[in-house]
Design a protein around this ligand. Structure first.
Ligand code: 6LW
Length: 538
């Protein structure tokens, strides 16, 4: 029989808004220690890598650090923005946190890394390289204290049709090396669709292998298999797919649902964190986000979203949990003044630290950007920091001071999808030395200069207003001038390919021949909400 809703329909049911982590936070993995939940998401070629979040209620999440916070922990140089650190799993056992993750190159798994920490806020260890092929590694700690590593790889089985195989080996917790035989566990419920993202759970003595199939886009789905023995054989749960929005139409606000990880609350409920996207007219720009989905265990296995069968934008709150409080408001404006000499955890650079080129001021705040000859198109580390775009409607703005001496020197605001697809609104000079602001769109090898306006000062406010139709770029040098707009879908993951959403940031670039120069940023503001008419006159 179907599970019954927990509360009578008449009672006011406390709710929360999905996604619980907006913006590019794919492939969530979650674990609990006592009352504390910890979650990690993929970070690709962004640095620091693998953000770690903490929550007490599963709904409000606070960034506590990163697994990869020292350059010695990984080398991301040379990688595409969508390669790098993919789909980590976080687990806790006997006082130690474990994170396993794929380092991807050329959109394929290349190395499997294991990090450990006593405190999830860090410091995390240097990596141990596991002798494992494929992607989406996970760990399962059995009641007897043994630890089982699972991952997915290309299927080698001669009788198997379909691209993927979930496999297993034991992880020796003393040596942190894989040991013993390799077990082939499962080839998926929907052969022909890639099977990935395995996580193993044990419930009432039964082992449940939960996976994702159909790829991370429209056909994404959650499927399952079960076994009485950890190493198998696993038999397909015939109810598969257990959760998907692949059959839903354009009116559905949440798509691409899959890649779940399950956690039990202290009150005995089970919840899943899932990846999903919120497309508008078929494209999304915010990346793959984290959605929280109720789970009910039935004798046949987990039932996802038992009341509605879908991932909802408004969902009932987990029972018996309380937010820690003091966490960041997801929907309020944030003004970064860069005081205190360090960037907050929401700021990322590409592939490595930028301490040599981007310096937050100590006492008086502000940010100094030393222009770098490394362009944003490079697969190195340009003078660039950015944070995720988490709202379709917003204004991002910055007050910047920069006395360029050559047109090849530029500093300003960037809307960044990846190194082959972004827009810049840069303060520079023209050939005669007059200060100007230039709007450029980059698509693959082509950089198109969309507009340039002379400005009255070498200190201006640069702004980009985002809404469902596009991104509009403006400058204020005493008077607001609109330089132009770029359609939203230009920055979409569908158009760009890859796995990331838009980041908004600050950059400083110059030709190798141009003189070194510094730009000064007073503040950067991220203000969610609709930009009303006339607000550009502010
Ligand atoms: C990840 C795979 C996926 O490894 O996307 O959504 C890949 N699923 O499981 C990169 O994030």
């Amino acid at each position: 029989s179907l599970p019954h809703p927990r509360l009578p329909r008449s009672a006011p049911v406390p709710t929360f808004a999905n996604p619980v982590l907006a913006g590019s936070h794919p492939d969530p993995s979650i674990c609990r220690v006592g009352e504390d939940f910890y979650l990690v998401t993929s970070s690709f070629a962004y640095y620091p890598g693998l953000p770690v979040f903490h929550s007490r209620d599963l709904v409000s999440w606070r960034a506590v650090g990163h697994v990869v916070h020292r350059p010695s922990q990984v080398s991301l140089t040379g990688l595409d923005v969508s390669d790098g650190l993919w789909a980590a799993t976080i687990r806790h056992h006997a006082g130690t946190f474990y994170v396993v993750v794929t380092l991807a190159r050329g959109r394929r798994g290349s190395t499997t890394l294991l990090y450990t920490a006593a405190d999830p806020a860090g410091a995390w260890s240097d990596p141990i390289t596991l002798d494992a092929e494929g992607i989406d590694p996970s760990l399962f700690f059995d009641d007897d204290g043994r630890c089982w590593f699972t991952a997915c790889r290309d299927a080698a089985h001669p009788e198997v049709t379909g691209p993927g195989e979930l496999w297993m080996r034991e992880l020796d917790l003393q040596t942190l090396a894989l040991t013993g035989p390799t077990h082939s566990l499962w080839y998926g419920a929907m052969r022909g669709a890639w099977v990935e993202a395995p996580h193993l759970y044990k419930r009432d003595g039964v082992y449940y292998l939960i996976a994702a199939e159909g790829g991370t886009e429209h056909h994404h789905a959650v499927t399952a298999a079960r076994s009485d023995t950890v190493t198998g054989p696993y038999s397909t749960d015939p109810r598969s797919p257990l959760l998907t929005h692949r059959h839903r139409g354009a009116a559905e606000p949440v798509h691409n649902v899959g890649h779940v990880d399950l956690v039990d609350t202290p009150a005995g409920e089970t919840w899943a964190v899932a990846l999903g996207v919120r497309p508008l007219e078929g494209t999304h720009t915010l990346g793959r986000e984290v959605f929280l989905v109720p789970v009910e265990w039935m004798p046949r296995g987990p039932v996802f979203a038992p009341d509605t069968g879908r991932v909802n934008l408004s969902e009932r709150r987990p029972v018996g949990t309380t937010a820690v409080g003091g966490g960041p408001a997801q929907d309020g404006p944030v003004r970064y003044e860069f005081r205190g000499g360090a960037l907050g955890p929401e700021w990322n650079s590409l592939r490595g630290p930028v301490d040599d080129v981007v310096s937050p001021g100590a006492g008086e705040g502000g940010l100094t950007i030393r222009l770098s000859p490394e362009p944003l198109t490079s697969t190195g580390t340009p003078a660039f920091i950015a944070r995720r775009q988490q709202h379709v409607h917003l204004r991002a703005s910055t007050r910047i001071r920069f006395s360029a001496t050559a047109p090849a020197q530029q500093a300003g605001l960037a809307v960044f999808q990846n190194h082959a697809r972004y827009a810049t609104l840069g303060l520079t000079v023209d050939a005669a030395g007059t200060p100007q602001v230039v709007l450029t769109a980059r698509e693959a090898a082509a950089a198109t200069r969309l507009a340039a306006v002379a400005v009255a000062d070498r200190e201006v406010v640069l702004a980009v207003d985002s809404d469902e139709s596009g991104y509009t770029f403006r400058v204020d040098d005493g008077t607001w001038t609109t330089l132009g707009s770029i359609e939203r879908s230009f920055f979409s993951t569908e158009r760009a390919g890859g796995f990331v959403g838009v980041y908004l940031g600050l950059y400083g670039t110059r030709d190798a021949e141009a003189d070194p120069a510094e730009a000064h940023v007073d503040w950067f503001e991220y203000a969610p909400g609709r930009v009303g008419p006339g607000q550009d006159q502010l």
